[in-house]
Design a binder for this molecule. Structure first.
Ligand code: G6P
Ligand code: MG
Length: 213
């Protein structure tokens, strides 16, 4: 086997919560009269909640205090949580689930490396609450992607060195984080466009061919 551990980003890789992030930010942006579109949204992939807000506020005319920003970020999270509440096992696709099972059966350790503070809640909702060997998320890091901290912690939790792990990401910031941490990386979705990953996945199932020899 080429890799002993696979570290998965969550939003946009394991499930499509990225579309809910977009909807929630869009609602907030409309509320405060700031222009926001899917191109700007792609810059928020892998980026923490507060840093995401700062990117959105690049188009805001005026000054906000730290407290006002905190309130806006909380509002966005409330909109996002409302959308997450409707998620269920049906939001976990067969191809993702089958790939995870195949990798585990091949002997890989499987971890999550996500900047989200909602990762545990989402995993529970889609039926993977107890599935992963380790979860490293927005609650155990102080620097978000492209800093490698979230992946370094994930590797540490599964007792593997970065060189033994493959990181799977849909965000350019996530691919950069993997590279910064000394991990090989596989890009899916939007991250394919940055051209920085070692592998390009058309579907998550391609991982089986890369990892299981
Ligand atoms: C993931 C998403 C980002 C999001 C971040 C924080 O990395 O790709 O778009 O901003 O998590 O999510 P949270 O659920 O903590 O607001
Ligand atoms: Mg992502």
């Amino acid at each position: 086997m080429l890799y002993k551990g696979i570290i998965f980003d969550l939003d946009g890789v394991i499930c499509h919560t990225d579309k809910y992030h977009y909807k929630a930010w869009k609602k907030l942006a409309d509320q405060i009269g700031v222009y926001f579109d899917r191109t700007i949204n792609n810059r928020l992939r892998g980026v923490s909640r507060m840093e995401s807000l700062e990117i959105i506020l690049e188009n805001y005319d005026g000054e906000l205090t730290d407290d006002e920003k905190k309130t806006l970020a909380e509002q966005k999270n409330n909109y996002y949580r409302e959308l997450l509440n409707n998620m269920s096992r049906a939001d976990l696709s067969d191809e993702v689930y089958d790939t995870l099972i195949a990798l585990r059966q091949a002997g890989c350790k499987l971890a999550i490396g996500s900047s989200s503070k909602n990762a545990g809640f989402i995993l529970k909702k889609i039926g993977l609450g107890e599935f992963f060997d380790a979860v490293s998320d927005g609650n155990n890091i102080s620097h978000s992607k492209p800093d490698p901290e979230v992946f370094l912690k994930a590797a540490e939790y599964i007792n593997l060195a970065p060189a033994e792990c493959l990181v799977v990401e849909d965000a350019e910031s996530g691919i950069e984080a993997a590279i910064n941490g000394g991990f090989d990386s596989a890009a899916i979705g939007d991250a394919v466009n940055c051209g920085k990953a070692m592998y390009t996945l058309r579907s998550i199932e391609d991982l089986k061919e890369i990892v299981i020899i």
